[in-house]
Design a protein around this ligand. Structure first.
Ligand SMILES: O=C([C@H](O)CO)[C@H](O)[C@H](O)COP(=O)(O)O
Length: 217
């Protein structure tokens, strides 16, 4: 199970500082959409040079011109780039093709998806990684609802990441659904001690995985 640190609404210096602080606890570094809009592909290149062996997720949130945007992210050094689930099937297929060329992966962001039919279609297109995403603005009306896992439960071959206001209080609840990646932004980046928060969250994930009393779901 991977802990993905989402770097959102931060300046470059803070992003680099937070990576340095949390590097030993996080598995995947997400360069957030707003950060990419601010600094472009350059910040992905910088992180790649500074951390040659880390997994970088470019949260491009691509919804059109998929071939071009996926290539931009991979050429800059990303290992994974995100594409919105509502994109045309052609966009999804094009990005998957580019990902194969770069030996990268596409994470399809399920923001707004409520119908399992779309999951079925995505799986048929060859998607193997999705994110259940409770959006930042939606968080003003409530917290992440674990019933979201219903959407992907019939697709055991899909790797599932989960995002949206995940913090230490709800982590245990999230873990019972055994996601492949837990995406955490503000709970770490806005913490008074990001390093310790990341350490505690990763420890909880490791403990959950090491405890084999819960079966595979
Ligand atoms: O994708 C995200 C959001 O849409 C802002 O771009 C965040 O990375 C994701 O929601 C995780 O951040 P937190 O909700 O702050 O944990």
């Amino acid at each position: 199970m991977n802990l993905q640190l989402a770097l959102d609404r931060l300046d470059e210096e803070t992003c680099l500082h937070l990576i340095e602080e949390t590097y030993e606890s996080i598995d995947w570094i997400e360069v957030g959409t707003g950060v990419i809009k601010e600094y472009g592909m350059e910040i992905i290149r910088k992180i790649r040079i500074a951390y040659p062996s880390c997994t970088i997720v470019a949260d491009m949130k691509t919804c059109d011109a998929g071939r071009h945007e996926a290539a931009q992210a991979f050429e800059a050094g990303a290992d994974i780039t995100t594409v919105m689930a509502f994109s045309a099937d052609q966009t999804i297929s094009d990005t998957l093709k580019v990902a194969r060329k770069f030996s990268g992966r596409i994470m399809v962001d399920l923001l707004g998806v409520q119908d399992q039919l779309r999951i079925h279609e995505l799986a048929n297109l060859g998607v193997d990684l999705v994110s259940l995403h409770f959006g930042k603005d939606m968080q003003e009306q409530g917290g992440f609802d674990v019933s979201a896992f219903q959407l992907t439960k019939d697709y055991p071959d899909l790797d599932v990441a989960v995002a949206g206001g995940i913090n230490e209080d709800i982590l245990s609840n999230i873990l019972t659904h055994q996601p492949d990646a837990v995406i955490v932004g503000s709970a770490i980046t806005k913490s008074s001690n990001p390093k310790q928060t990341a350490i505690r969250m990763k420890e909880r994930m490791n403990e959950y995985e090491a405890d084999d009393s819960h079966g595979v779901i």
